[in-house]
Design a protein around this ligand. Structure first.
Ligand code: GLC
Length: 526
């Protein structure tokens, strides 16, 4: 077989991200290679063939750096190394190489807003005391009377300031173990440019930029003033110059911004390549809301030639099979609807239909590990095992995000379901025996079979490009793609007749004659 046809060929070398299918690996929970109950690089390397057969173009790994894990690794103690529980830098290099051999690119997560309180810089700052250069890398301030410098609140709950023994306070938009960097300081800027070079030198193909819109702050403001300051763009322009020096490396922003005009600024030609589409992720399962979000997304992206992204889940949000089975199907960080009853059968039907919708839209698509297995949100984790800092910082009112981070079930009839030979760091539900990769692999009706089929068709004939709406009635979202694929999603209460077509490529559930039932998607060839 000529090299160009081998399964390991990197597709679409120029602008590969534009129509890519990207799989999010939450390393801690993917696969454990050494039996300590936590996922690791050895486990991931052993399962790369699974991802290759699934049909993804790239993997994005959540932070894999040395970390005390106060926020699941988003508290980074050393940006140029690997957390020992996950493996070694040499193993990370091997992973990047082996993934490339299978035609899979690697995207790493860089966390520029804050580090860990255990990092050398922060320890130096504590030691050096008020007024020192070391403190200038963070936001240290004297208090206001007995209290903190201002009244800002942490995104995880509680105050955004913590006092150190000498009386000064430091800012942390997230947990106290995550001190914010001072991006006005050139030393911080230089440090991160060097971190980017470090990982690009090791062959990574992209950087996911954590909390990308909150780096620049105005501390004199009484109101919280850190989201989307203009000054942030200068930072990403510098980052883009580095990415361009290497060529074909991509910057992907975590930018939660409802204002589309402001959002688009991050995607200018000399800034990020793409950013996550959280409006789509948060949308309720309703035809008008989804149509609006799709129109809005394309209206934002098309004029600036940036590919849209389509995301149904990630490590911070409720699993779709649970969310779509609730009376309120929208997602909201401030109200996770934990415990709101969910009809799993209904949720699963909709999650299947939603997956085919997301994968048919023009742009890149993200699949969060376990989404392809149709896992549910685990809502009955015992309180004393919960790890997400949101749980403690909300005064035990918000259980947080552990429920979507439970280790994957691979095989067998009981926990740990082939994830580990030890005890998984979060307990898996006994009911996942029917959800394992092994149980789903040869079942044509499984979620895994649907994802494999859909990603395969997507690879052949979808990606970035254009779509045109087909008017098929109120409850129906239907559109054609330039490759001749028609996607029809029935979100109405009645079955609908399929439009004229040559063949049926894939459906998310059984058809009723030539009628498409409620909460079902069909991919047709015109
Ligand atoms: C991002 C991450 C989230 C993390 C937060 C703080 O939103 O996705 O998991 O807790 O940033 O780093």
């Amino acid at each position: 077989m000529p090299a160009s046809m081998s399964p390991g060929t990197i597709r679409n070398p120029d602008g590969w991200w534009r129509g890519a299918s990207i799989y999010q690996v939450y390393l801690r929970s993917f696969a454990d290679g050494n039996g300590d109950g936590t996922g690791d690089l050895a486990g991931l390397r052993a399962r790369l063939p699974y991802l290759s057969k699934l049909g993804v173009d790239a993997i994005w790994l959540n932070p894999w750096y040395p970390s005390p894990m106060a926020d699941g690794g988003y508290d980074v103690a050393d940006y140029r190394n690997i957390e020992p529980v996950f493996g070694t830098l040499a193993e990370a290099e091997k992973l990047i190489e082996e993934a490339h051999e299978l035609g899979i690119r690697t995207i790493v997560d860089v966390v520029p807003n804050h580090g860990s309180d255990q990092m050398v810089w922060f320890q130096e700052a504590l030691e050096a005391g008020p007024g020192s250069e070391a403190r200038e890398r963070f936001w240290f301030r004297p208090g206001n009377g007995d209290g903190p410098p201002n009244g800002w609140k942490s995104i995880f709950g509680g105050p955004a300031w913590t006092q150190v023994p000498d009386g000064e306070w430091y800012l942390h938009l997230f947990a106290p173990e995550q001190p914010d960097f001072n991006w006005n300081n050139p030393a911080v800027r230089e440090e991160f440019l060097d971190v980017l070079r470090f990982w690009f030198d090791r062959g990574v193909d992209g950087i996911r930029i954590d909390s990308a819109a909150v780096l620049v702050k105005d501390l004199d403001s009484v109101e919280e003033s850190y989201t989307d300051h203009d000054g942030v763009h200068e930072i990403y322009r510098e980052w883009r110059r580095i990415a361009d020096e290497y060529g074909n490396r991509v910057l992907i922003g975590e930018v939660w911004l409802p204002d589309q005009e402001r959002f688009a600024l991050y995607l200018r030609q000399d800034e990020m390549h793409t950013a996550f589409n959280f409006a789509f992720l948060a949308s309720p399962w309703e035809p008008d809301a989804l149509r609006d979000v799709i129109d809005m997304t394309l209206a934002t992206h098309v004029p600036i030639s940036a590919p849209a992204t389509w995301v149904l889940s990630n490590h911070d949000v409720t699993r779709p099979a649970t969310r779509f089975g609730r009376a309120d199907t929208s997602f909201d960080h401030a109200d996770r609807k934990h415990g709101m009853p969910s009809d799993f059968e209904l949720g699963t039907r909709r999650a299947r239909a939603a997956a085919l919708l997301a994968m048919a839209l023009p742009g890149s698509v993200y699949v969060y590990q376990g989404e392809e297995l149709g896992l549910w949100e685990v809502e009955d984790i015992p309180d004393d095992l919960r790890e997400d800092p949101i749980w403690a910082r909300s005064g035990h009112t918000d259980p947080g995000r552990d429920g979507c981070r439970v280790p994957l079930p691979w095989s067998g009839g009981e926990p740990a379901f082939g994830f580990s030979t030890g005890t998984p760091w979060l307990p898996q539900p006994a009911g996942w025996s029917t959800m394992t990769v092994e149980a789903q692999l040869d079942d044509p009706g499984s979620m895994l079979s649907l994802y494999r089929a859909a990603l395969g068709i997507r690879r052949e004939r979808l990606g970035d490009g254009v779509m045109t709406w087909l008017p098929l009635g109120d409850g129906v979202l239907a559109f054609t793609r330039e490759s001749g694929l028609i996607c029809v999603v029935n979100l109405g209460s009645q079955p609908v007749r399929l439009p004229p077509h040559e063949s049926i490529l894939l459906t998310s559930g059984p058809l009723d004659g030539d009628l498409l039932p409620t909460d079902t998607t069909a991919w047709l060839s015109s």
